[in-house]
Design a protein around this ligand. Structure first.
Ligand SMILES: Cc1cc2nc3c(=O)[nH]c(=O)nc-3n(C[C@H](O)[C@H](O)[C@H](O)COP(=O)(O)O)c2cc1C
Length: 216
C-alpha cells in the first residue's frame, strides 16, 4: 500500500483480534517511525513495548485505578474551548454512539475501559521523552507518532492512539520499570482489527481546510 493510500485509509481501531504481532514486524514499524525528522536530530523519543499477557496485566491494574480516580477521556481544556472544538467532539461522538449501541454498550463505558486495556490489542507501545528536554520536544515525538500510524497501516496493522494513559503515567512507569524522570507522550495499541466489531466501522469527519487555514 502506498503512503497516500495509507494516510487516507488509517482509522483508529477500537477492537482487535487476539492474533499476536510478530516482534520483527514491530521492529520494522519502529525503524520506519524512527525515520521521522527531529530538532537537531536529537531523536528524543523512547518507547517501551508491552506484549500479550503483560499488557492485559497492565490493563487490569489501570482499570482498578480508573474506579478510584475517574480520570476519563476528554479534552482536558486549560480554559474554556472555542465552540468549534465542542462541535467537532460531539460530531465524532454522534457517529460513535450508534455503533457502540449495536454492541450493547456506550461511549463512557467502552472508551474509558477499552482505552485502558489498549482495546484488547496484542501489543501496546508507550512513548515518552526524558524530562530533561523542554516540553516542546513532545512535538518531535508527535511527528514520530504520525509516521508510525501511517507506516502501521501500510504494513497491514491497525492502531489506536491511547492518550488517556498519560493521566496514569506514574502508575504505568512504575509497572514497566521506566525511570520516573520521563514525560509520557502517548500510548499506541497495535494489532489486527476485529472486522466484525461495529465500532471499527467508525469514520470520523474532518473540517474543510478553510476552517483552520489562513493565508497571509
Ligand atoms: C493524542 C491523541 C490521543 C488519543 N487518545 C485516545 C484515547 O485515549 N482513546 C481512544 O479511544 N482514542 C483516542 N484517540 C483517537 C482519536 O479519538 C481519533 O484519532 C479521532 O477521533 C479521529 O479518528 P480517527 O483516528 O479514526 O481518524 C486519540 C488520538 C490522539 C491523536
Amino acid at each position: 500500500m502506498d503512503v497516500l493510500d495509507a494516510m487516507k485509509d488509517r482509522h483508529s481501531c477500537r477492537a482487535f483480534t487476539r492474533r499476536p504481532v510478530e516482534r520483527e514486524i514491530i521492529e520494522e514499524l519502529l525503524r520506519l517511525s524512527g525515520l521521522a525528522p527531529s530538532a537537531i536530530n536529537l531523536q528524543p523519543w523512547e518507547c517501551t513495548v508491552v506484549l500479550g499477557e503483560e499488557l492485559r496485566r497492565l490493563g487490569r491494574s489501570l482499570q482498578k485505578t480508573l474506579k478510584e480516580r475517574q480520570a476519563t477521556c476528554g479534552p482536558e481544556e486549560r480554559k474554556p474551548l472555542a465552540e468549534v472544538f465542542g462541535r467537532r467532539m460531539s460530531e465524532a461522538g454522534q457517529r460513535m454512539a450508534p455503533l457502540l449501541a449495536e454492541m450493547g454498550t456506550d461511549i463512557p463505558t467502552y472508551v474509558n475501559q477499552g482505552t485502558l486495556d489498549f482495546y484488547g490489542a496484542p501489543a501496546g507501545l508507550v512513548f515518552y521523552i526524558d524530562a530533561a528536554h523542554p516540553e516542546r520536544r513532545l512535538v518531535d515525538a508527535g511527528i514520530l507518532l504520525g509516521y508510525l500510524f501511517v507506516a502501521a497501516r501500510a504494513l497491514g496493522l491497525a492502531t489506536c492512539p491511547i492518550g488517556l494513559i498519560t493521566q496514569y503515567a506514574d502508575q504505568i512507569f512504575d509497572f514497566l520499570n521506566v525511570p520516573a524522570d520521563k514525560v509520557m507522550a502517548l500510548g499506541v495499541a497495535v494489532g489486527y482489527p476485529d472486522e466484525s466489531a461495529p465500532i471499527n466501522r467508525l469514520v470520523t469527519p474532518r473540517a474543510l481546510i478553510e476552517e483552520w487555514v489562513r493565508w497571509y
